[in-house]
Design a protein around this ligand. Structure first.
Ligand SMILES: [Fe+2]
Length: 178
């Protein structure tokens, strides 16, 4: 039994606020990609899906004169740091297992090189999965942040992914996931 589901996270107002800012459709797509990659590579599917879902929750809006300023963003962005912290706080509030919450936060912290002084860090397989999952859904010019999805459709996709995670965990460890 998982302490926290994707549905619990999705319905929280903090997740709604920040994931709608960076793109709910993107968050859900990355969550699915991360689940699939983790399943295929023998990594923790629940941690991967949660990190994928929350990976961009640290985004800030970089606007100058009402327009997105990519240069300003490139120079000053720390969304991975902010996202790791926000996601950790939210997960702990929802009652997530602290070891899992830390693993998810670290996967969010390292999902991009954009804020790092050098790009020579060595990622764990799970951290690499979240980075790949994000890259799979990226569109040119950051357009993936603007794809929209209606609340009800988003909720349905999240519930479906929860069911896929539960079914997979049950298959792996029968009887231990009531
Ligand atoms: Fe992303």
């Amino acid at each position: 039994m998982r302490d926290v589901t994707l549905e619990n996270i999705f319905k929280h107002r903090i997740a709604q606020k920040f994931l709608n800012r960076s793109g709910m459709a993107h968050a859900i797509a990355v969550s699915y990609h991360a689940f699939n990659l983790a399943r295929d590579q023998g990594q923790d599917v629940d941690i991967a899906a949660k990190a994928g879902f929350l990976h961009d929750m640290g985004h800030y809006t970089w606007y100058r004169n009402g327009k997105w300023d990519y240069e300003l963003y490139r120079k000053n962005d720390i969304h991975a740091i902010k996202g790791a912290e926000r996601a950790h706080k939210l997960l702990i509030r929802l009652g997530e297992n602290p070891v899992k919450a830390k693993t998810i936060a670290l996967a969010i912290l390292f999902h991009t090189d954009s804020f790092l002084p050098t790009n020579d860090i060595v990622r764990t397989p799970l951290q690499q999965i979240v980075k790949w999952a994000d890259e799979k859904d990226e569109e040119e010019g950051g357009m993936h942040h603007y794809r929209t999805i209606e609340y009800d459709r988003a909720l349905k996709s999240i519930i479906r992914l929860d069911e896929m995670i539960d079914a997979f965990l049950e298959k792996e460890n029968p009887g231990q996931n009531p």
